[in-house]
Design a protein around this ligand. Structure first.
Ligand code: ADP
Ligand code: MG
Length: 252
């Protein structure tokens, strides 16, 4: 079986500093893979390269066998890769619904242009977009807040709003950078359930997360980075028992 995402020998330098060093891993279709490691290990840098935010210094990233080297950042959503960021990227003076519809832009722009002067079908297209956004807001539990300004929402709800925004583009691979950061125990458990539902519908997830309960519950596989290098990979159980991981991370 070919992997959905294949990362091979991936490196990234910042100035003279190697942030990611020859990292290999794969994500299969419909799989949840967690990327863990201490602060500064290179986790966000890996996600930034996989999502086309920054180019690698070396190595290869293939999505559905396609080399991603020449793919432009704005093309990623259309190809099936969307993401959330470690820090919130919300528009406070826009409504929750509008914030989520931002996620559809890259995916639908061409079809809107294709409608040309046909206003009827353009309106129809727009109505479908709104319905999709509403549908995802319901699924993340924000149906009541559709018309609220994002700036008025508490932090935990904004995190959910960002997941809805990443999901409206109907990605095959969802990238999440510390989605549970700042959430309480109940919110984290609800989010874990949601990720499992997303996976059941066939979307693969690659997530960076510090919450060990969440990772041990939902991850099929875990990749451990330390100082830019992969030091271990395995099932949650294997990782929990790995002496190198315990020394570098869990015990630290
Ligand atoms: P993590 O997400 O695992 O905490 P990062 O990927 O954010 O780690 O960072 C890995 C290393 O790369 C750190 O030493 C960090 O300071 C460095 N780094 C990350 N982004 C940049 C950047 N844009 N410019 C310079 N150094 C960076
Ligand atoms: Mg990070």
């Amino acid at each position: 079986m070919t992997a959905l995402l294949e990362v091979q020998d991936l490196s990234r330098d910042f100035g003279g500093v190697r942030a990611v060093n020859q990292v290999d891993f794969q994500v299969q279709q419909g799989e949840i893979v967690a990327l863990i490691g201490p602060n500064g290990a290179g986790k966000s840098t890996v996600l930034n390269m996989v999502s086309g935010v920054i180019p690698p210094s070396g190595g290869e990233i293939r999505f559905d066998t396609r080399p991603m080297t020449r793919v432009q950042g704005f093309e990623y959503a259309g190809l099936g890769i969307t993401r959330t960021f470690q820090n919130l990227q919300t528009f406070d003076d826009m409504t929750v619904l509008e914030n989520v519809m931002v996620g559809m832009h890259t995916k639908t722009r061409s079809s809107l242009f294709a409608c040309g002067m046909n206003l009827g079908s353009a309106r129809n297209e727009e109505r479908k977009m709104v319905e999709r956004a509403q549908d995802w807001l319901e699924r993340v539990g924000l149906a009541e807040e559709l018309s609220s300004l994002a700036g008025s929402l508490p932090y935990g709800k904004l995190r959910l709003m960002e997941i809805a925004r990443a999901m409206v583009a109907d990605p095959r691979l969802l990238l999440l950078d510390e989605p549970a950061a700042g959430l309480n125990h109940t919110e984290t458990a609800e989010m874990s359930q949601m990720f499992q539902d997303i996976r059941k519908k066939g979307t693969a997830i690659l997530l960076v997360e510090h919450d060990m309960d969440m990772i041990m519950t939902i991850a099929d596989r875990i990749v451990v980075l330390d100082q830019g290098t992969k030091i271990a990979e395995g099932t949650p159980r294997e990782i929990q028992e790995n002496p190198r991981v315990i020394a570098a991370y869990l015990g630290g």
